[in-house]
Design a protein around this ligand. Sequence first.
Ligand SMILES: [Zn+2]
Length: 396
Amino acid sequence: MLRAHKIRLYPNNKQATYFAKACGISRFAYNWGLSEWKRRHEAGEKVTEGALRKELNAVKHEQFPWMLEVTKCAPQLAIKNDLNSAFKNFFAKRAGFPKFHKKGVHDSFSLSNDQFSVKETAVSIPKLGDVRIAESLRFAGKIMGAAISRIADKWYMAIQVEIPEPEPTHTGENQAVGVDLGIKALATLSDGTVVCGSKASRLCEKKLKRLNQELSRRKGAKKGEAQSNNFKKTKRKIARLYARMANIRMDGIHKLTTMLVKKYDLIGIEDLNVAGMMKNHYLARSIADMSFFEFRRQLEYKGSITGSRVVVADRFFASSKTCNVCGSKLDELALSVRDWTCDDCGTYHDRDVNAAINIRNYAVSSTVSACGELGEVSRSMKQELNVKLKALVRID
Ligand SMILES: [Zn+2]
């Protein structure tokens, strides 16, 4: 199986300049290939990525001599990988017609595996020397290639490694768990464990609240008003803080999903963390949405490695409102109610633990009735979420 490890790079000035140039050339080649494709297509020719690369190679010495200043991978792989898959996705109706790439949006370029080598603390790139890396490569196996990209002002290298198919560690006899994702606590498990979010995350929320107040006072906050430099400055601060919050949350989710697949054979989760999303006032919805995707995506791919099964409860499944002891269902349970006592059997419930237990029971019973319903997280999941979010708004 192919795995990728994305590692932070610490290039010196010369190396960073080279990276930026290679990104520019990669983007140029992609855009050149796209317009060339359009031109040929309109002329009634059949276009292949191989023909485009051949043509670029033939003209680049004459027309684009500056392309020779960076690795030939940058323009070649931009067409062979990026443009080619953009068209493949388009023809398979997974995406719209390829668009021209803009500077500063997803800046990246690719390297084939003969163009770099990975050491303990650096990657070696011909003509560029050693570029320091933040951590050593996690996977042992054949290195297939890499992509170097920039996010804000930081550089990263995603290295693809072909690793042997791991032996599942689970035998199907271990325990089942239900997970109720939250915002304040990252998650509550059916055995009562509360997985806390980090303290840093709470500090960020406070800071975000303050920055938003600051922003509303700046000149430019009102509609139609020209944006002052201070307004832009505060906006940039908010963008950086969002990135940090997303990182912190992602880190927590990685740790949580790893722990879950190591420990449990059967993991029940909810379809979409509706309640959690509404509970929170400060954390951006988009972060909550993304972390739900990430949580499910990670659980499913990590689960496929350890042999854990993931069962997703139906979105209409009333995990919070149903008593896990006697099964009686409340008509209403306000979001502010954190604990309640069942009228029928008198059991006292912590809201989240009760929900997690119901999710676990759902997972257990659904594996008995419908085996093999798992499947990967599909590309259409994002679409699915959007539909659900719209449905939510209507319910509101
Ligand atoms: Zn009850």
